[in-house]
Design a protein around this ligand. Structure first.
Ligand SMILES: NC(=O)c1ccc[n+]([C@@H]2O[C@H](COP(=O)([O-])OP(=O)(O)OC[C@H]3O[C@@H](n4cnc5c(N)ncnc54)[C@H](OP(=O)(O)O)[C@@H]3O)[C@@H](O)[C@H]2O)c1
Length: 413
């Protein structure tokens, strides 16, 4: 049976404290709401499969806390989930989202260490994009006092993934070199910041050209994603690099392995190349799969190379790795408190703006993280520009009939 917050009821509200530059929590009034808003993915496919609807209010089970959500992280993986571009996709309809933050509103039994009113961030195995979530405390972490909800929503997945890959899989040490794709993205920026916590690490970043001015100071060398990065890296470092972080897959696997120094580590942690159009492309999937270098362990032995894979969500939700993740999170929170790392936020969107937010990441427009701000009102629609780029065969099912040729402008952080 959950313990309800006495004074934590109807809506938990927050205001931006402009002077302090961070959120002040203003908890008010009783709530016995039976419903809450959530983003729902009706089926795999294009943007038209997403909508905001009312769902039954969840209640925490043994070992779970109930969180009044303030903000959620939107990741490239959410785009792949929407398309059904993942292994063993779950059944739809579903509520997407793998991370959120907010205030603990009630606690069930066996939730030692957590209290009503705690400001927390959490990993979710789906269901994060909602006003209220319930989740086991194994996946919940207390936020530092000076961390804003926007920062918290941009923190967990990117920084934990980047930390575990760099320090636990690849053993990053002083003087090493790291190559990272999508360097301007949320994980890319977390990788760059974490590398800067180790002396004398050289970071080769690859990103779309228009991001270069904004992110050039976060890496040592920056290349256009359309350039021949093998040649560019070898001009600077003929022996190659110690670590390659590859979230693209396909032809990059072979290229990356060829760039590794002896005892270097290649980590595959994503398959962004599989995303081409708005919906899943079997051609892109097959091409990416076909282009992956078939790895021969004997060749690895002869060349002294390490090849690895990393999936944070599988580690957390399928492989019982929550203690490993907790230990990484503890170290990251120390770095945050020492002001050595700080999430880069691209833009904030209302739940109702989830399609536009997803379109932005699909269009490679983001620098840093996209956030769904649960308490943000949708920005008024602007006429004559459309981000609704349904592919042939996809019917737009948007209920608000006259919105087809309008778009919302993001709130850029
Ligand atoms: N294994 C794990 O535990 C784990 C955890 C988190 C994220 N990931 C993976 O890490 C990668 C980055 O994730 P993120 O959430 O931080 O996203 P992100 O990098 O913030 O955003 C996407 C960026 O990826 C680049 N990109 C590469 N291929 C693309 C494509 N086909 N379509 C659109 N953009 C493409 C674009 O940057 P440029 O144009 O500048 O290249 C784009 O701005 C993804 O592959 C994701 O699945 C893995």
């Amino acid at each position: 049976m959950a313990k309800e917050g006495v004074d934590m009821t109807e809506e938990t509200e927050y205001m931006i404290d402009r002077n302090a530059g961070k959120e002040a929590v203003n908890v008010e009034s009783p709530s016995n709401a039976k419903e809450m808003r959530a983003v729902v993915l009706a089926g795999f496919g294009g943007l038209n499969k997403l909508r905001v609807t009312k769902k039954a209010m969840p209640e925490p089970q043994d070992g779970e806390v109930k969180i009044r959500v303030k903000a959620c992280g939107l990741n490239f993986l959410d785009l792949m989930v929407r398309q059904g571009n993942i292994d063993n996709p779950p059944k739809t309809p579903l509520v997407p989202g793998f991370e959120c933050c907010g205030i603990v509103e009630s606690v069930a039994e066996n939730t030692h260490g957590f209290e009503i009113g705690d400001r927390v961030m959490a990993f979710m195995n789906y269901n994060a994009w909602a006003e209220v979530v319930c989740t086991p405390v194994d996946f919940v972490y207390k936020m530092p006092d000076d961390m804003t909800f926007t920062e918290a929503a941009a923190f967990s997945l990117n920084f934990v993934a980047a930390y575990m890959m760099l320090f636990e899989v690849a053993s990053l040490r002083e003087g090493m070199s790291v190559l990272v794709h999508s360097a301007g993205g949320a994980v890319g920026q977390a990788v760059a910041q974490l590398c800067s916590t180790v002396p004398n690490v050289t970071v080769f970043g690859i990103a779309s050209c228009f991001k270069h001015t904004s992110i050039k100071d976060s890496v040592t060398h920056l290349f256009d994603r359309n350039a021949d990065y093998i040649q560019e890296v070898k001009k600077i470092s003929p022996d190659g690099v110690d670590i390659v972080l590859d979230c693209l897959c396909g032809e990059n696997t072979g290229k990356s392995l060829s760039l590794l120094k002896p005892l270097g580590t290649y980590i595959l942690y994503g398959a962004s190349n599989m995303v081409t159009g708005e919906t899943k492309s079997f051609f892109s999937f097959a091409k990416s799969w076909w282009q992956v270098e078939k790895v021969n362990p004997i060749k690895l032995y002869e060349e002294n190379k390490v090849i690895a894979g990393f999936s944070l969500l599988n580690l957390l939700f399928k492989q019982g790795g929550c203690n490993l993740v907790k230990s990484a999170m503890d170290k990251l929170l120390i770095l945050y408190e020492q002001k050595k790392i700080r999430p880069v936020v691209d833009s904030l969107w209302a739940l109702e703006e989830v399609k536009e937010a997803m379109q932005r990441i699909h269009d490679r427009g983001n620098i840093g993280k996209l956030i769904l701000d649960v308490e943000k009102s949708p920005t008024p629609l602007m006429a004559n520009d459309s981000t609704e780029t349904s592919e042939a065969g996809e019917e737009e099912e948007e209920p608000e009939g006259d919105n087809d040729s309008k778009e919302r402008m993001p709130f850029i952080h």
